[in-house]
Design a protein around this ligand. Structure first.
Ligand SMILES: Cc1ncc(COP(=O)(O)O)c(C=O)c1O
Length: 391
């Protein structure tokens, strides 16, 4: 490996949401918030240093280089032809979802979403004064599937204006297949439902699982879709806030741009984010990303083998994408609520409780972020084993 993913900055001192926690012992392993422990690709540092050296943060245009990089990135990685007039930029994925709901839904509208659902997405729905309609994911043969009968029935009953797709799905780790995506789009298209697609986890996939951006699904998807991607999860650039929005339908694009103007996102540009994102999209971090995927794939194997061999009363769902492991603890004899407290007290691991972070369909589950060094992962797993052996 050219890059060293065993090395990690001191996140207990850099304000990390995951590691720099108040009132917990110093040995607690941070496995909550979805970011990476690793140093970023070196090309990002190289792109940012000249900006800091210049020390001038004037209003800046997004250069042609930036738009060309996005267009080429979609073509190179996904065979998707994107036109420049389809593109815009906002500071965050969740902000983009909230904006889309403000534009394509009215207060009081139903919004359908696969559950368990990541809290900030539910907050975007309630923040737009809309109602979340749950389409619960079904566990089938060791993975979660979309319940299409329920999806169609809820659409007929509640007439949602928008469907909020999260692909790869957080927290279940599913990467939806082309067949599933086509079916979802077809149902939405024939029922007049727009699709808002959060694709923030799309850069990390395992084995044969292939991430497909919404607008690459079909012509129908281009007519009803809002495609939202951020490089933050894959490249660990969360504090360079940035999301790329692709809307092909000219009427939807016109409405969107009106709000971009209203929020001043047309000129409110972070020069660090634009430079870092351009560098990544141009391919300078491609090799780093390949190695990251390989490192995380080894962590998945390590964790899945551990749970299989130790025969603990915990059922992990093998992720197809993302760096999150969704674990069913309902038969573990530790209750179904505040499970984070159990793991913190008994194993000194900080992770995300299913109910608190993903709503009622997350009750009895926990989510572990395994984008940690192999050493920390092994230590965390051995602490889990001990916690259950002396329970
Ligand atoms: C599905 C999903 N969407 C969005 C986000 C956050 O993205 P952003 O920081 O760009 O708003 C997360 C972060 O965990 C996420 O899991």
């Amino acid at each position: 490996m050219k890059y060293n993913f065993d090395r990690t900055p001191d996140h207990r001192r850099n304000g990390s949401f995951r590691w720099d926690l108040p009132d917990v012992p110093d040995d607690v392993i941070g496995m909550g918030t979805a970011d990476l422990d690793f140093e970023c690709a070196p090309c990002i540092r190289e792109a940012l240093l000249p900006i800091a050296e210049e020390n001038c943060y004037n209003y800046r245009q997004r250069p042609d280089r930036y738009f060309n990089a996005i267009i080429n990135w979609y073509a190179r990685n996904y065979g998707l032809e994107v036109k420049r007039e389809w593109l815009s930029t906002v500071p965050s994925t969740i902000g983009a979802v909230r904006m889309a709901l403000g534009i394509y839904a009215k207060p009081g509208d139903a919004i359908i979403v696969q559950t368990p659902a990541f809290n900030p997405l539910s907050w975007a729905i309630s923040g737009a004064d809309c109602r979340q309609i749950a389409n619960p994911m079904k566990p089938v043969n060791g993975h979660f599937e979309i319940d299409f009968d329920d999806f169609e029935a809820k659409i007929r009953e509640y007439h949602p204006s928008c469907y909020l797709l999260v692909n790869p799905h957080n927290p279940t780790g599913r990467v939806f297949t082309r067949k599933e995506l086509e079916k979802l789009v077809d149902i939405c298209y024939s029922n007049g439902v727009k699709v808002i697609s959060d694709e923030v986890h799309g850069m990390i996939t395992y084995g044969d699982h292939e991430f497909i951006p919404l607008l690459a699904v079909s012509e129908k998807a281009k007519e009803i879709g809002v495609q939202i991607v951020s490089l933050s999860k894959g490249y660990n650039v969360m504090s360079l806030p940035h999301a790329i929005i692709t809307i092909a339908n000219p009427d939807m694009q016109k409405e969107w741009m009106r709000q971009i103007q209203a929020f001043s996102f047309g000129y409110a540009t972070n020069s660090f984010a634009i430079e870092a994102i351009t560098t990544i999209l141009e391919g300078k971090a491609d090799e780093w990303m390949k190695e990251l995927n390989a490192y995380l794939a080894r962590n998945v194997e390590e964790a899945m083998t551990f749970f299989k061999e130790k025969n603990l009363p915990l059922i992990p769902y093998r992720p197809e994408g993302s760096f999150l492991l969704w674990i069913d603890c309902r038969n573990a004899g530790i209750g179904t609520r505040n499970l984070d407290k159990f793991f913190l007290e008994k194993a000194h691991i900080h992770l995300d409780d299913g109910l608190d972070n993903f709503g009622p369909d997350g009750e009895g589950y926990v989510r572990i972020n395994f984008a940690v060094t192999e050493k920390n992962l092994r230590e965390a797993l051995s602490r889990i084993e001990k916690a259950f052996s002396c329970k």
